[in-house]
Ligand binder design. Structure first.
Ligand SMILES: Cc1cc2nc3c(=O)[nH]c(=O)nc-3n(C[C@H](O)[C@H](O)[C@H](O)COP(=O)(O)OP(=O)(O)OC[C@H]3O[C@@H](n4cnc5c(N)ncnc54)[C@H](O)[C@@H]3O)c2cc1C
Length: 415
């Protein structure tokens, strides 16, 4: 289907967190936005997602900061533990908020998706519409329709078909060496948030609103594994059943069929650019990273607001996307590398190496900045380049004086 209005048209491929954040940002910037999503419905499953202050500030730009903050902030004490429960390093939600200028929020992924989608005009998101091709000149084809877009945002995730087409020589995702489980269960009591590291094993417990708790676990294992009896709770019990409180209780509280298991892949080789012609790559399509810093989604949200800041309707798209690549590629490559480094530490399995790791962490924690927070220095303190957009209930273009930031910092060199 071709565009019918004169308003510049942005087509977003993928309605994950990155695609929806980009769609909201571009909509608020004055673009007519269409989001094409392969799935028949927006994500209604999923588990928790940590939203660090950098992403929370970006969400404030999109006008949803208050709603996200209300989801569940990490408050009180927490930190890193051993499988027997002894603390390796401790921190607190308040210390994180003070260090990074805002709280870390733990949201339910489906609720964040619904919140973002709800900020788009009716009909903007077209589900059951898998994109089969996207050309740098703005032609986008799904199995059902085609578009001639002024801007294309490829937010189609780690297995991005758009990335493969634009960068055919890129090796694509690599297995990180570990698999991941995620579960959300009712929490009968208030649990102290923690991440606990064992030998090649990791367990995390964090509170969600609504008396729920979000847990995640990883184990070093070959890819493609599944619990022998088809019930991932059995595998969790086998690996974590003798860990400290509340790990066994949480596993016991999980309902059958509710434990998600995914092998963790990432882009081990960074892309040469995040754009080609009128197409911008965003989120996991551009820089899928291991989850160890909880930054994959946060970086996607950062991408979204930076892209909308640089690429206004009517701007020179080529210049805007070159500026987008130049800003986002070095930052996200650094976050990917740092996340991978933390991930490697969690995969250590030899007893002496793990003992050394824990002793080192405990020592650093005693004398230096709190370890868990230190790992987010230079990441969680990021600030978006623009002020919050004014709420827009329609598809109007921004009025004079509504563009945010200076032409220089938007990269508007050609206007
Ligand atoms: C175990 C785990 C824990 C994590 N925890 C955190 C965390 O705490 N904090 C954090 O910030 N990040 C976290 N992440 C990372 C985060 O989940 C991702 O970085 C984020 O979801 C990426 O969003 P996205 O929109 O780029 O991609 P996705 O969420 O993958 O969305 C891509 C969308 O595109 C659609 N799509 C794909 N192909 C097509 C097509 N051809 N046509 C149309 N639509 C298509 C898909 O259906 C999907 O809806 C975690 C990741 C993992 C694996």
């Amino acid at each position: 289907m071709s565009r019918t209005s004169q308003q510049p048209h942005a087509v977003v491929v993928g309605a994950g967190i990155g695609g929806l954040a980009a769609a909201v940002a571009l909509h608020l910037r004055g673009w007519h936005v269409t989001v094409l999503e392969r799935a028949r419905a927006l994500e209604h499953v999923g588990a928790g997602i940590a939203i660090a202050p950098n992403a929370l500030r970006a969400l404030e730009v999109l006008g949803v900061g208050d709603e996200v903050r209300a989801m569940a902030a990490f408050q009180g004490e927490g930190g890193l533990r051993r499988p027997d429960g002894r603390w390796v390093s401790r921190t607190s939600g308040e210390a994180a908020a003070e260090r990074f200028g805002g709280p870390v929020v733990i949201a339910h992924r489906a609720e964040l998706v619904a919140l973002l989608a709800g900020r788009l005009p009716d009909g903007a998101v077209r589900t059951g519409n898998p994109v089969v091709s996207a050309d740098p000149d703005g032609q986008v084809a799904t199995e059902h329709e085609s578009f001639d877009a002024d801007l294309v945002v490829a937010a189609d995730g780690i297995r991005s078909v758009v990335r493969s087409a634009l960068f055919p020589d890129h090796p694509g995702p690599a297995y990180s060496g570990f698999t991941n489980w995620r579960l959300v269960v009712p929490a009968p009591a208030a649990y102290v948030p923690h991440e606990s590291w064992g030998r090649g094993l990791l367990w995390g417990t964090v509170p969600l609103t609504g008396d729920r708790v979000y847990c995640y676990a990883t184990a070093v294992t070959p890819p493609g594994g599944r619990s022998a009896d088809g019930d991932e709770r059995t595998e969790l019990r086998r690996l974590f059943g003798d860990w400290h409180h509340p790990v066994p209780e949480v596993i016991a509280a999980a309902a059958p069929g509710t434990v998600l298991r995914n092998d963790v892949h990432h882009l081990a080789v960074p892309l040469p650019a995040f754009h080609r012609g009128r197409i911008a790559l965003l989120g996991d399509a551009a820089h899928a990273m291991t989850p160890n810093l909880g930054q994959g989604g946060c970086q996607a949200i950062e991408d979204a607001v930076v892209l909308a800041h640089l690429a206004g309707p009517g701007d020179d798209t080529a210049a805007a996307l070159a500026a987008y690549s130049a800003q986002r590629l070095p930052r996200t490559t650094d976050v990917m590398r740092r996340s991978r480094s933390v991930g490697r530490l969690t995969t250590w399995s030899s007893r002496p190496a793990v003992a050394l790791r824990d002793t080192l962490f405990a020592t650093v924690n005693r004398f230096g900045p709190r370890l868990a927070l230190h790992s987010l220095d230079g990441i969680a303190d990021w600030r978006p380049p623009q002020a919050p957009y004014a709420a827009s209930g329609d598809d109007r273009a921004p009025q004079a004086g509504e563009a945010h930031g200076t032409p220089e910092d938007r990269g508007d060199r050609t206007r």
